[in-house]
Design a protein. Structure first.
Length: 106
């Protein structure tokens, strides 16, 4: 896949698969989206409405709170974005662990 400027996609950090409900805020309002994968550099999420290329967005991620990102890829309902301030490995682990539920733990 290529970015908006036509350069090939390059990954600097490992992706981690996820299915996490998040709240996306754009200048047009807020909506729920599904985070599909994340790394320390960025995320891939499903969004039911169009988002403009290069848009600045804010995403509230359970366990991390709100983070600002810039949209770099769009493939139908899949949106790729990079964090303005990269996450730490601990941040990624916190977000992924936030969704874990252990049955019969209590």
């Amino acid at each position: 896949m290529t970015q908006f400027d036509g350069t090939p996609e390059r990954r600097g950090s490992a992706r981690h698969e996820a299915e996490i409900c998040c709240v996306l805020e754009t200048r047009d309002g807020a909506m729920e989206v599904t985070l599909q994968n994340m790394s320390t550099d960025g995320i891939l999420f499903r969004c039911p409405v169009p988002i403009e290329p290069n848009a600045q967005i804010r995403l509230s991620i359970p366990g991390l709170g709100p983070r600002t990102l810039q949209v770099i890829r769009i493939n139908k309902e899949q949106i790729g974005a990079v964090f303005d301030v990269p996450l730490t490995c601990c941040d990624v682990a916190d977000a992924l662990l936030e969704k874990v539920v252990v049955s019969d733990a209590f």
